[in-house]
Design a protein. Structure first.
Length: 317
């Protein structure tokens, strides 16, 4: 049995009355439609409808869906794809994601990067400072730093011994970087080119998300690190059969994902986004809430997060 030792205190699922129509937040994802989910919730004195709709890797279908939703929902999230990748202060825009973002003319559209730079930073600090997860001196493998540069910086700041798997998980090159400056240098060379490539060459989309691959180099990454952090689909793609003693620090997981980790002897799962009716949504969905309320800056996000008091979900298997 799992032990839910920390759970969200400000986000509770409730029935929505007709008199209070929920604000609809929809994530349009390039991921598999088998991971679709919808949930009703109430927080900040409002009712919310949170949805994730997968398009099975079909960019054109995703674009058409965004066009259909534009002007009819509170906010749209880009799921299964990043609009921006970061290395320090430098921001790189992915061409395929930009095409999708341009399809929304009226409704705000976000990719979750704003929350990655605020919520995920504060989650790492909270885990360390409140004794929920000892990070100082621990070997932490972060699958992709340019996807979560805020988390990368905070892990280093709290004293973790971090290995960055960008070259391994994105380019399948068996190199682990150890310094943030190394990430910045590599990003300055590779990302201007990679950002123009079809996104499916960089990240699993559609049916590819269901496959778990066996890779000696990726197994070594899992074996060498006590804590595995980052995007869950990248983690899942190379998930070893035995996760004994390992902690997974991630965000978007379904009940099936949780069972998979349990079956593979994972010691602990921590999600940075709260649970809604059995699963955690991606940062793009949660950032959509902020966008629907008019929040735009990091300061806006931090003020909103303080009001919500979202807590990391911790499951000890």
């Amino acid at each position: 049995m799992s032990d839910l030792s920390s759970q969200p205190v400000a986000a509770t699922a409730v029935p929505t009355s007709p008199a209070a129509s929920p604000i609809r937040i929809v994530s349009v994802s390039l991921g598999s439609s088998s991971r679709n989910h919808a949930s009703q919730a109430n927080f900040l004195d409002r009712n919310w409808s949170l949805e994730r709709i997968g398009t099975d890797g079909d960019l054109q279908k995703a674009k058409q869906l965004i066009e259909e939703l534009d002007g009819k929902v509170g906010a749209i999230g880009l799921g299964g794809i990043d609009l921006y990748l970061f290395a320090g202060e430098k921001r790189y825009i992915l061409r395929d994601a930009q095409k999708l973002a341009n399809a929304a003319k009226k409704t705000p559209i976000v990719d979750g990067s704003g929350l990655k730079h605020t919520l995920e930073r504060s989650t790492v600090r909270k885990l360390q400072n409140e004794g929920l997860l000892e990070l100082k001196g621990k070997k932490v493998g972060l699958t992709c730093a340019v996807d979560r540069f805020g988390m990368a910086q905070e892990l280093v700041a709290v004293g973790a011994n971090v290995s960055f798997g960008d070259m391994l998980f994105i380019l399948n090159v068996p190199i682990q970087l150890k310094k943030l400056e190394g990430i910045k240098r590599v990003a300055s060379v590779i990302l201007p080119i990679a950002s123009r490539l079809p996104f499916k060459l960089l990240y699993p989309t559609g049916e590819a998300q269901k496959k778990i691959l066996d890779s000696k180099n990726h197994r070594k990454f899992f074996e060498e690190n006590e804590i595995i952090a980052g995007d869950f689909l990248l983690i899942r793609r190379y998930l070893p059969k035995d996760l004994a003693g390992k902690t997974i620090l991630t965000n978007t997981v379904t009940p099936a994902d949780i069972e998979l980790l349990r079956e593979r002897n994972c010691a602990r799962l921590i999600t940075t986004t709260p649970e809604f009716e059995g699963r955690s949504f991606g940062t793009n969905v949660m950032e959509g809430i902020f966008a629907a309320l008019g929040d735009k800056t990091p300061q806006d996000y931090e003020a909103r997060l303080a009001k919500l008091n979202w807590q990391p979900r911790i499951i000890n298997f």
